[in-house]
Design a protein around this ligand. Structure first.
Ligand SMILES: Nc1ncnc2c1ncn2[C@@H]1O[C@H](COP(=O)(O)OP(=O)(O)OP(=O)(O)O)[C@@H](O)[C@H]1O
Ligand SMILES: [Mg+2]
Length: 445
């Protein structure tokens, strides 16, 4: 999946030329295949992804430039180099007009051949890159870290490192703001296609009627409004990672087609008969319970089982509060406007530790960002925290106090009756069973 390996198709009816080109062009960066005529070439094109095609101007089973036209129409981001003989100059010029990028003359100058092919490949990369850039923002390429020292986070880091180099699709689940995007980015950054930008699409933003076309592309005239052929995300994500966020929102009708891509790496543009092969690593994220969606008939069962084969579940922040101090300090450093260190006082950290964080790490990040603005002398105090957060934390504290008041009271009565549980229970007006349970909680058997 490396960004700089690429595939070449040689089309020539002369066997000696095919053999020569296969031998000269193939190296560890290039895969080369060959076809003797147009029919064989089209059969290969249907099942392989080619970046550069080198073809003879004259082929036995097709009229002069018809094959060139067909290839340019059907293969995305492909560059075609023509092989020409003596007296083919007019046709060569015609070929360039039809989209061929270059031509080489027989007999070959092998150094020149190499140069022409490399140049063609550079053009392919550029074209692909240009299109990809429209789909990703700079932020997505940013290096990320998955901070935390809880066992849950350690386990997630372990899974990320294990699964990243594999091709297997990964489903990332967890509530909003727990870090699903972070995990997806880390998997991509540690994968074999890290050199290429990850393509991210939020399925909630797909228009229902156009979802299929957005994913797979379409042919001109395939439906009302399809005034031009268009490429889909599958093409942009070739040789890279396609991260489909909020996969629970993907229209049911499209899920089966996507399952097919996962299983065969083949897809079809809307309105096109031929299938194309792509090389894509798929990542999915959701905050929905997909098993439940399947039960209600809102999610394709087979598709669910396929993407659920490797799942990374990120627990809510309140289930791993031991991550809070590290996360707080990480954001205090990262969000510091002038790179000066910020410190947080213990009482403010206590509030943070007691709070339930319904918005998870995203909420924490926002709170820290705000507290930095309010801080004086680079010190975060309770005053810098949102009032609701402090009072919610105090309520938690009050509940704790109530519990401890109860405990003190029970133990006092027990002491008064010299450890007699029967009398203690009677005085408290609770059953002996309840008293035993309470005492067990306090560690008194
Ligand atoms: N473990 C972590 N370490 C560092 N930053 C984190 C961590 N978890 C989350 N973040 C940060 O918290 C914010 C929210 O995380 P993210 O966008 O990954 O959440 P999400 O699970 O994708 O949420 P949603 O379901 O709303 O898309 C981001 O700014 C992200 O960088
Ligand atoms: Mg997200």
């Amino acid at each position: 999946m490396e960004g700089d390996t690429y595939s070449i198709l040689v089309i020539d009816d002369e066997e000696s030329i095919r053999r020569l080109l296969l031998k000269e062009l193939a190296n560890e960066r290039r895969n080369v295949m060959a076809a003797a005529d147009a029919a064989a070439a089209m059969a290969l094109i249907r099942n392989h992804w080619f970046d550069v095609v080198i073809m003879d101007l004259r082929l036995p089973d097709v009229h002069d430039l018809d094959l060139l036209i067909k290839i340019k129409e059907q293969v995305l981001h492909v560059e075609v180099v023509m092989i020409t003989g003596h007296g083919d100059i007019d046709s060569a010029v015609e070929a360039m007009k039809l989209g061929a990028c270059d031509f080489i003359r027989k007999p070959f100058n092998l150094d020149q051949l190499d140069l022409v092919v490399e140049k063609a490949h550079q053009r392919v990369l550029l074209a692909r890159q240009n299109r990809i850039l429209r789909h990703t923002s700079g932020l997505e390429q940013e290096r990320v870290q998955f901070i935390g020292n809880s066992t849950a986070v350690a386990e997630i880091r372990f899974l990320i490192n294990k699964v990243a180099p594999a091709r297997i699709p990964v489903l990332i689940t967890g509530d909003s703001g727990v870090g699903k995007d972070v995990v997806a980015r880390l998997i991509h950054q540690r994968s074999a296609c890290a050199a290429n930008p990850m393509i991210i699409k939020n399925c909630a933003s797909l228009q229902k009627e156009l979802a299929r076309s957005e994913l797979f592309g379409h042919m001109k005239g395939s439906f009302t409004g399809a005034t031009e052929s268009r490429e889909g995300l599958m093409t942009y994500a070739h040789d890279s990672t396609l991260f489909l966020d909020e996969i629970g929102e993907l229209p049911l009708e499209v899920q089966a087609s996507l399952l097919r891509v996962l299983e065969t790496q083949n897809f079809r543009r809307v309105g096109e008969k031929e299938e194309r092969t792509v090389n894509i690593r798929f990542l999915f994220a959701t905050n929905r319970n997909l098993a439940e969606e399947v039960e209600h008939g809102r999610f394709n069962e087979a598709f669910f089982h396929r993407i659920n084969a490797f799942t990374i579940r990120i627990p809510a922040l309140r289930e791993r509060k031991e991550d809070l101090p590290l996360l707080v300090n990480y954001f205090l450093t990262r969000l510091s406007p002038d790179n000066t260190p910020y410190r947080i006082v213990d009482s403010a950290m206590d509030c943070i530790l007691r709070y339930a964080w319904p918005g998870n790490v995203r909420e924490l990040r926002n709170v820290i960002e705000r507290s930095i603005i309010l801080a004086e002398n680079n010190l975060i105090t309770e005053r810098c925290l949102p009032r609701e957060l402090v009072s919610a934390a105090e309520e938690g504290q009050a509940a704790l106090t109530l519990e401890s008041v109860e405990k003190n009271h029970i133990l006092k009565i027990l002491e008064f009756y010299d450890g007699n549980r029967q009398k203690t229970a009677e005085t408290l007006g609770v059953s002996r069973k309840t008293l035993y349970r309470k005492l067990a909680q306090y560690g008194r058997e």
